[in-house]
Design a binder for this molecule. Structure first.
Ligand code: ADP
Ligand code: ADP
Ligand code: ZN
Length: 208
C-alpha cells in the first residue's frame, strides 16, 4: 500500500508514520529526516537546503522531487511505503502522479494553537528519526529506540514555527482538495490521543 500522510507541522505525521510502518512492515519516507541527515553529513543537497529549513521555508520542488524519485526506486519500497512530509506543494503532488500510484491519503487535522504547543516541546533523534515530547520524557535526554542524544530542532523555535504554519496554510493545505477530488482523502482528528489515532488510521487503511 502506497500511503501519504498529510498535515501541518506538529500534526503527528512522524509519530504515526513510525507506528503504522512498523505494523505494516513498510518503510517510512520522511523528506524532513532525509534533509536533516544530508545537513548533518554536509552533502551538496544538505548545504543547499539548510538556509531554507532554518527559515521555515520549503526547499525547492526540483530538489525534493529528485530525492523522492530516487528513494521510491529502491528495493524496500516495492511493497509499499508511507510518505511523511511529501508532497507539500501542488507541483510536488503533480510530479508524484508520474512516479507512484497512491492508494490512500491520511490527513491529520490539528488547529494551530495545539501545534505551537506540540512543536515547542518536540525532541527528536537525528539517528533513527524517533520523535518525543518533553512532557512525556520524564527528564530523559536520549532516544529510547537507539540511545542517541535527543535534540530540539532549530526550526522548532517559536519564530520559525509561525513561518512554517503560514507556509503550510499557503502552500500545502491546497493538497487537501487536490486529493479530495481524486477520492483518496481520509481526514482524521489529530488532536486525539496517539493510540486512538493509530487505531483509526489502521481502520481507515482496512487493516486491524
Ligand atoms: P514537520 O515534521 O514539522 O512537518 P519536516 O521534518 O517534514 O517538518 O520538514 C522540515 C523542513 O524540511 C520543512 O520546513 C522544509 O523546509 C523541509 N522539507 C521537508 N519536506 C519538504 C518538501 N516535501 N518540500 C519542501 N521542503 C520540505
Ligand atoms: P509531524 O511529523 O506532523 O511534524 P510529530 O509526529 O513530530 O509531528 O509530532 C509533533 C510533536 O507532537 C511531538 O513532540 C510528538 O511527540 C507530539 N505528538 C504527536 N502526536 C500527538 C498526539 N496525538 N497528542 C499529543 N502529542 C502528540
Ligand atoms: Zn533514535
Amino acid at each position: 500500500m502506497n500511503i501519504i500522510f498529510l498535515g501541518p507541522p506538529g500534526a503527528g505525521k512522524g509519530t504515526q508514520a513510525q507506528r503504522i510502518c512498523a505494523a505494516l512492515n513498510i518503510p517510512q519516507i520522511s523528506t524532513g529526516d532525509i534533509l536533516r541527515r544530508a545537513i548533518k553529513e554536509q552533502t551538496p543537497t544538505g548545504l543547499k537546503a539548510k538556509s531554507y529549513i532554518d527559515a521555515g521555508k520549503l526547499v525547492a520542488d526540483e530538489v525534493i522531487i529528485d530525492i523522492v524519485k530516487d528513494r521510491l526506486a529502491q528495493e524496500d519500497c516495492q511493497n509499499g511505503y508511507i510518505l511523511d512530509g511529501f508532497p507539500r506543494t501542488v507541483p510536488q503532488a503533480e510530479a508524484l502522479t508520474h512516479i507512484a500510484n497512491i492508494d490512500s491519503v491520511i490527513e491529520l487535522a490539528v488547529d494551530d494553537q495545539h501545534l505551537i504547543n506540540r512543536l515547542s516541546g518536540r525532541r527528536v533523534c537525528l539517528k533513527c528519526g524517533a520523535t518525543y515530547h518533553i512532557s512525556l520524557l520524564d527528564g530523559k535526554t536520549t532516544c529510547a529506540a537507539c540511545g542517541e542524544e535527543l535534540i530540539q530542532r532549530d526550526d522548532d523555535k517559536a519564530e520559525t514555527v509561525l513561518n512554517r504554519l503560514t507556509v503550510y496554510h499557503d502552500q500545502t493545505a491546497p493538497l487537501v482538495s487536490f486529493y479530495e477530488e481524486k477520492g483518496l482523502l481520509h481526514r482524521i482528528d489529530g488532536a486525539q490521543g496517539m493510540d486512538v489515532i493509530f487505531q483509526s488510521i489502521m481502520e481507515t487503511l482496512g487493516v486491524k
